[in-house]
Design a binder for this molecule. Structure first.
Ligand code: PLP
Length: 344
């Protein structure tokens, strides 16, 4: 039996219908702007996010790096929530490519207007790096798929603008926010200068993220993408997979949320697990291991032996992510197996 893979929602594989859509896609050279499938997806995502333009990227990381180049200058300071993806999971790219450093604030993936104001470096002294950008990650990956409340997002972006800061949304899982809250993605994206969304997470496409915003920013983004080696040619094959995902996999994201809630509730009942199950809002479950539990690395190894793949975020913290290829019943089995190992 194939393992139940809860390491990430990026592990999904295209099914037969998606593969058929990919095979049938009209393509061209996207560096020349000639790929009809990429162009169609870009137009659709721009409209969906309520922005004038959108640009295809191979990955969310690449789009995040380009956004930094567009909205900051080397030496600038960027305000983010603690443990942001850009800080932890982009291999130091933000420093290498954007030349920025980060001020991490808040708790559990969110922060307040006051915390943001307190983190902006004073402008009147040359000893400070200029704060030029506030970045929000919605949902927040390492904090367990937490949703940044939209009223707070609106207030933070308004305050950021009043201080002359740009606003960026790492919305790799913005689709999950929309599914959980019922708010349209355009409303979620509205307060930001630039927004990134991923097609290769919960939506289940094999690759692709898009950066959306005004033409003055998306135009130059083409060159920055090229500089990062991201000018693809017949990328329409992948764009077709992404469009198929948009057509067929949006409505089912709530299923992943239900699976994550069930996993969280079952695990939280164990004294070996530190988790407030009511905090699970989308498709990610992050839990701590109590003093009597094995180290995270051991749990990961023993779970793998029993056919469940999970990730350790640190020596006492585990992350599970639900998705298209891990149906509810598989998640139930995973919960049973993990509890058996924990209670062993
Ligand atoms: C919040 C967030 N932003 C950006 C990314 C980067 O996406 P990619 O893996 O496509 O580079 C991820 C990936 O998991 C993510 O979780």
């Amino acid at each position: 039996m194939s393992p139940i893979d809860l390491r990430s929602d990026t592990v999904t594989r295209p099914g037969a219908a998606m593969r058929a859509a990919i095979a049938a896609a009209p393509v061209g050279d996207d560096q020349y702007g000639d790929d009809p499938s990429v162009n169609r997806l870009q137009a659709r995502i721009a409209e969906c996010l309520g922005k004038p333009a959108a640009l295809w990227f191979a990955t969310g990381t690449q789009a995040n790096q380009v956004a930094l180049r567009l909205l900051t200058r080397p030496g600038d300071d960027v305000i983010v929530a603690r443990e942001a993806h850009s800080v932890w999971h982009e291999a130091g790219g933000s420093a290498a490519n954007g030349g920025v450093h980060f001020t991490e604030i808040g708790e559990r993936g969110v922060f307040s207007v006051e915390q943001m104001r307190g983190a902006i470096k004073p402008r009147n002294l040359d000893i400070f790096a200029p704060t030029s950008l506030v970045q929000i990650e919605n949902t927040h990956n390492r904090m367990g798929g937490v949703i940044f409340p939209q009223s707070q997002v609106v207030d933070i972006c308004a305050a950021a603008r009043a201080h002359g800061l740009a606003c960026y949304l790492d919305g790799a899982r913005l689709w999950n926010v929309s599914a959980a809250t019922g708010l349209p993605v355009a409303e979620l994206a509205a307060p930001f200068d630039l927004v990134m969304v991923s097609m290769s997470k919960g939506l289940g496409a094999p690759a692709g993220s898009l950066l959306a915003g005004p033409r003055e920013l998306i135009g130059p983004a083409v060159r920055h993408r090229r500089m990062l080696g991201g000018a693809m040619r017949q990328a329409g094959l992948l764009a077709a997979g992404a469009e198929y995902a948009l057509d067929h996999h949006l409505a089912r994201l709530v299923d992943d949320h239900a699976s994550a809630r069930m996993l969280g509730e079952r695990l939280a009942a164990s004294c070996k697990v530190v988790l407030d199950a009511s905090s699970i809002q989308t498709n990610i479950v992050v839990f701590g291991l109590s003093a009597g539990a094995p180290p995270a690395g051991d749990l990961v190894m023993r779970a793998r032996e029993r056919g469940v793949l999970i990730n350790a975020l640190n020596p006492r913290t585990i992350r599970l992510v639900t998705h298209l290829d891990a149906p509810y019943e598989a998640c139930e089995r995973a919960a049973t197996l993990l509890l058996e190992i924990l209670e062993d």
